[in-house]
Design a protein around this ligand. Structure first.
Ligand code: SF4
Length: 114
């Protein structure tokens, strides 16, 4: 309902509003995955679904839906989950347009969602 209400709201943003929103988006970009998996996942030789894992973390942290996050995360094959915390994500982090701390986030997912 909140989404429908927001979509129907015809309030016009001022230029200053838009600038403020752009600044906020820029400052908080490392907390938001854009789902551009083709950028980061091709830099890791283990087929790790980085983008999906970022989304599962979002379910937990942003939507407060830990059960959903755990359910999806544990659908990843166990062997992959056991190795993903030890991969080198440095190139993925260099390429990420959101400058997300991918290595740290993957390790958190392994620890918190397994
Ligand atoms: S490159 Fe960054 S923003 Fe894009 S999918 Fe990977 S982690 Fe998310």
């Amino acid at each position: 309902m909140a989404n429908v209400s927001a979509a129907l709201n015809r309030t016009q943003f001022t230029t200053k509003d838009m600038e403020s929103l752009a600044q906020y988006a820029h400052k908080t970009r490392s907390e938001y995955c854009m789902g551009c998996a083709h950028i980061c996942e091709s830099t890791v030789n283990a087929n790790i679904p980085i983008s999906d894992i970022m989304r599962y973390l979002m379910y937990w942290r942003s939507y407060d839906d830990r059960n959903r996050a755990v359910g999806f995360f544990n659908n990843i094959p166990k062997e992959m989950r056991s190795h993903m915390g030890n991969q080198d994500y440095s190139q993925a982090e260099k390429m990420c347009p959101q400058q997300m701390p991918i290595s740290k986030l993957i390790r958190e997912a392994v620890t918190e969602l397994s």
